[in-house]
Design a protein around this ligand. Structure first.
Ligand code: TYD
Length: 134
């Protein structure tokens, strides 16, 4: 679970009154959730991300609308289209990641394994490739 990106199916209670999903740390998400942030009001055609984390793990959820998460592991690229609020994408450490193709009014909710730390970011793709080779 810690090396490969993986789509997680979250619990869902379908109900005529409206649906409900939830997440518990260390049960539905393989880490303790230390931080939650969200990306919203993304103008058409914009991209977010474009970096890797040395240690941070994340789960990304399309809480509303849809977008693509593009992950590069240093060798190959994979694209995950998220459009269900009961799916989460687990992103392990040391993955180059970008978010793009946001639909109008989409909201990306991100659960993170640690507090914000700029020193954990790799913002240069060539440096990422070098560090991957170790
Ligand atoms: P960044 O992670 O670079 O955004 P993107 O999703 O496009 O990769 O974050 C943008 C800015 O927001 C960054 O300069 C610092 C700030 N920030 C925080 O202060 N705390 C956070 O938890 C996050 C995610 C970002």
């Amino acid at each position: 679970m810690t090396d490969d990106p993986k789509l997680i199916e979250l619990p869902k209670f379908l109900d005529e009154r409206g649906n409900l999903s939830f997440i518990e740390e260390l049960r539905h998400v393989p880490f303790e959730i230390k931080r939650t942030y969200w990306i919203y009001d993304v103008p058409g055609g914009e991209k977010r991300g474009g970096h890797a984390y040395r240690e941070l793990e994340e789960v990304i959820i399309a809480l509303s609308g849809s977008f693509d998460v593009v992950l590069h592991d240093g060798t190959q690229e994979k694209r995950f289209s998220l459009n269900r609020s009961y799916n989460g994408l687990y992103v392990p450490r040391m993955m180059w990641r970008g978010l793009e193709n946001f639909s109008t009014n989409s909201v990306a909710l991100i659960l993170a394994s640690d507090a914000y730390d700029e020193l954990d970011y790799i913002r240069d793709f060539e440096l990422f490739i070098q560090e991957k080779k170790g």
